[in-house]
Design a protein around this ligand. Structure first.
Ligand code: CP
Length: 310
């Protein structure tokens, strides 16, 4: 396994890691992908490590993927849901985490609705923190598995044209993808209604294209995002039906493009809104490969970060 090390002891966001860190995570994930396709899918690498999975927001893919990655590495794990904990009795985040850490926990995987919650904790506690999504801010392991899946499908990320379609304003997946893809040398366009585009986002080095057909005709890869109605406090478009007419992907639209494209979606999918059901299940989409790669990417991140513990 890797003799190189990450430049960081936490994974708070793609903004805070280097292109060399991303390459190292990918090279390590290649080896773990081979492991999880063996009849015995387990290695003893983290058998002396205890990891707490703290989920203050709902999750299917990320939570199960981290739990599986930890088990495949032989780590001891504890799982925490805010809804069944003493958070509902008014305990602070820092007190909750410090109580869990006093039980000799080494690493914390956390999803939290507050942007910056992980940065706040990393400045106050000793354990390694891994961001499994912080509000509308970052979702680093999702961006890593997305870029890894593009590399697997197209051979590399460098030089590829990627369009991120949909609710950019409320999406932590979009921001982490932008940082990750640009660090790996891809070109990035964003496509969606003007009301769902964050102000000054071009300053990150991306372009905006509001016409979906033009954006798809330009790209090699489209990463299609869900409309995050649960985070929208006001109406950003008249109806889901109208959103779907202008920004939904379907086969008829793909048939008008000059070349085939690869479609990603981080999930959960709202079939018939941002993408039609038949397209989501088609040969163009690598949605389930993304989920499979998520386990290898998270094994790689956990393994490399465990090596950075004090
Ligand atoms: N992609 C993603 O973060 O999915 P979950 O919310 O189900 O974890």
């Amino acid at each position: 396994m890797a003799t190189k090390q990450l430049s960081t002891k936490h994974l708070l966001g793609i903004k805070y890691i280097t292109p060399a860190d991303i390459d190292l995570i990918f090279e390590t994930a290649d080896q773990f992908k081979e492991v999880i396709n063996r009849p015995i899918k387990k290695v003893p690498s983290l058998r002396d490590v205890t990891i707490a999975n703290l989920f203050f927001e709902n999750s299917t893919r990320t939570r199960i993927s981290f739990e599986l990655a930890e088990r495949r590495l032989s780590a001891d794990t504890i799982n925490f849901s805010a809804s069944s904990s003493s958070v509902s009795k008014g305990e602070s985040l820092l007190d909750t985490v410090n109580n869990i850490l006093s039980m000799k926990v080494d690493m914390v995987v956390m999803r939290h609705p507050a942007p910056g919650a992980h940065m706040y904790l990393s400045q106050r506690i000793n354990a390694c923190i891994i961001n499994a999504g912080d509000g509308t801010h970052e979702h680093p392991t999702q961006a890593l598995l997305d870029a890894y899946s593009i590399r697997e499908r197209l051979g590399s990320v460098k030089g590829k044209k990627v369009v991120i379609v949909g609710d950019i304003k409320h999406s932590r997946v979009a921001l982490s993808n932008i940082y990750c893809l640009l660090k790996l040398g891809a070109e990035v366009k964003l496509c969606g209604p003007p009301t769902l585009m964050p102000k000054h986002i071009e300053s990150l080095g991306v372009q905006i294209e509001h016409n979906l057909r033009k954006a798809l005709a330009w790209c090699d890869v489209a990463n299609v995002l869900r409309i995050q109605l649960e985070r929208q406090k006001t109406k950003y478009f008249p109806s889901l039906r109208e959103y779907s007419m202008y920004y939904g992907l379907n086969r008829e639209l793909l048939n008008t493009l000059p070349k085939p494209i690869t479609i990603l979606h981080p999930g959960p999918i709202n079939r018939g809104v941002e993408i039609t059901s038949d397209l989501a299940d088609s040969e163009h989409a690598i949605i389930l490969q993304q989920v499979e790669n998520g386990v290898a990417i998270r094994m790689a991140a956990l393994y490399l970060l465990a090596d950075k513990r004090d």
